[in-house]
Design a protein around this ligand. Structure first.
Ligand code: FRU
Length: 517
């Protein structure tokens, strides 16, 4: 790294609450991840960004831009797509146009095409949201808006946004999944410029319309890693405003959240495996408050084959009031999505990507120990960021877990209640909580022991915790704002002894290259 970059990163690194393991822009506002695409050795991460303000300026939303070679270390580039007469640049996706179906590239050449929502175009009567495209011939560094924009107008509603596009091999067509208020709509196109309506999903499913739908995704994925068994997952983010039916259930931690449906897609329409009547139990992606608008990377080579995403680690309920100063908003760690069969059916699980292991600096490793109430085997450890990987055997304890980022009067509890069969994060004493009345809370995920064991993988950073229970089956992602000096760690048990089968704690080196290792 050049010395200019190093010193820039040191200033950046010193900001209070600045995530050390997660992407955040150096300055100002960020929300949804956009345009996730892998192309010629680089992962692109675009995102909703107002480069001039720490609050969301919806009238002047840009696509911010960062690139990475390993999904772990990121380089921020200048904003990629800027608002103009066409309106603000809202969320969307990007694809590799391998066969030049769009005609934007040289014969036999390929390039990137971004598909996004224009919001508030002043020339449009009633200012509906419309879909537009832009292309890049230089690996995403510069973008040209298509002169024929917009490429798709709404038929009815003003909520018509967040196109996620992918190439559907079987039908040799581009497919767009779009959030349209209380439904998703599917459109198809041979060339990314002309789109025709195919079908819709969700308007008639009772109980899922608490908030307006946003940022959908549709992915095909193997079940239990068997190449010949695949399913489609339809993913939906549900906003915290403009609810169609406010009496429908809130996401588990309140505000905005994400749900999913498993089924099949034939190139035109999505059919869920569950019958509509049995869709009464919504499948939630994350039981914490802060994982939203996650969408997957396009273009990951077939040899790799993983489905990877990041989410915006935030919640619309309080997003613009966060106590960070120089910037607002950060992404989750990248996670791999898998489908796994359990006794109750197929479920989506998420696991931290294996690339994160390069950051590990082992602190402690323990096997087969029994701990008693009132003791703390981790009292010597002091760290403001960590990876904790642990497996426990259900014994006589009623509750156990970790207290992280502790000091005399601060703690965040990551626990498991054996009595209630619940994984939880309690951030009520995590320090800076007063910026919104709903922030101080305990978030719970239902989770049963598997073979009498509980497995936890936990990522602690300067301003967040991400908890993956039972190898990614139950997830709680929450922001926290402790003092940097709150670095204590505790392993506790209540009501009885706890058998620790294995426990490994690693420091994770800052991804910004500003820490002496
Ligand atoms: C989701 C969202 C999108 C919209 C964008 C605007 O968080 O509301 O629906 O495109 O943010 O920034």
């Amino acid at each position: 790294m050049s010395s200019r970059k190093e010193s820039e990163n040191i200033i950046f690194f010193e900001n209070r609450y600045r995530p050390q393991l997660h992407y955040s822009p150096k300055k100002n506002w960020m929300n949804d991840p956009n345009g996730m695409v892998y192309y010629e050795g680089e992962y692109h991460l675009f995102y909703q960004h107002t480069p001039h303000d720490t609050k969301p300026d919806f009238g002047r939303m840009h696509w911010g831009h960062a690139i990475s070679k390993d999904l772990v270390h990121w380089e921020e580039l200048p904003p990629a797509i800027l608002p103009g007469e066409d309106g603000a640049i809202f969320s969307g996706s990007a694809v590799v146009d391998t066969n030049n179906t769009s005609g934007f590239f040289n014969e036999n050449g390929s390039g990137l095409v971004a598909i996004y929502t224009n919001d508030g175009n002043s020339a449009q009567n009633g200012k509906p949201q419309v879909q537009s495209i832009a292309y890049s011939r230089d690996k995403g560094r510069t973008w040209t808006k298509y002169e024929g924009n917009p490429v798709l107008f709404p038929m009815k509603t003003l909520d018509f946004r967040d196109p996620k596009v992918f190439w559907h091999d079987e039908s040799s067509m581009w497919v767009m999944v779009l959030a349209v208020k209380d439904r998703v709509e599917f459109y198809i196109s041979p060339n990314l410029k002309e789109w025709s309506y195919a079908s819709e999903f969700g308007s008639d499913i009772a109980g899922i319309h608490r908030g307006v739908f946003e940022c959908p995704d549709l992915i095909q994925i193997q079940v239990d890693e068997k190449p010949d068994v695949t399913k489609w997952i339809l993913i939906l983010s549900v906003g915290d405003r403009n609810g169609v039916n406010p009496s429908d259930p809130e996401p588990p931690a309140g505000g905005s959240g994400m749900m999913y449906f498993i089924g099949n897609f034939d190139g035109r329409s999505f059919t869920p495996d569950d019958t509509l009547e049995s869709l009464d139990a919504i499948k939630w992606i994350d039981y914490g408050s802060d994982f939203y608008a996650a969408v997957t990377w396009d273009g990951i080579p077939k040899e790799d084959g993983r489905k990877i995403w990041v989410g915006w680690m935030n919640n619309w309920r309080y997003a613009s009031t966060l106590p960070s100063k120089e910037w607002r908003g950060h992404m989750s760690i990248p996670r791999e999505i898998q489908l796994k069969t359990y006794p109750e059916g197929i479920r989506l699980i998420q696991v931290p990507i294996s690339e994160l292991s390069q950051l590990r600096r082992p602190i402690i490793s323990l096997q087969d120990i029994t701990i008693k109430p009132g003791s703390n085997v981790l009292s010597e450890i002091s760290t403001a960021k960590a990876e904790i990987i642990a497996e426990f055997e259900i014994g006589t304890a009623e509750e156990f877990g970790f207290k992280v980022r502790t000091s005399a009067n601060q703690e965040t509890i990551i626990g498991y209640s054996i009595l209630k069969e619940e994984l939880f994060v309690d951030r009520t004493k995590s320090n800076d909580i007063d910026f919104h009345p709903d922030f101080a809370a305990k978030h719970k995920a239902p989770m049963k022991p598997e073979h009498e064991r509980i497995q936890l993988s936990i990522y602690v950073d300067w301003s967040s915790v991400e908890v993956f229970g039972n190898k990614g089956k139950a997830i709680v992602s929450d922001m926290i704002f402790p003092d940097l000096e709150s670095r204590g760690l505790e392993l506790y048990t209540l009501g009885g002894e706890l058998k620790v089968v294995s426990l490994q704690i690693n420091d994770l080196v800052s991804i910004w290259g500003n820490e002496s290792v």
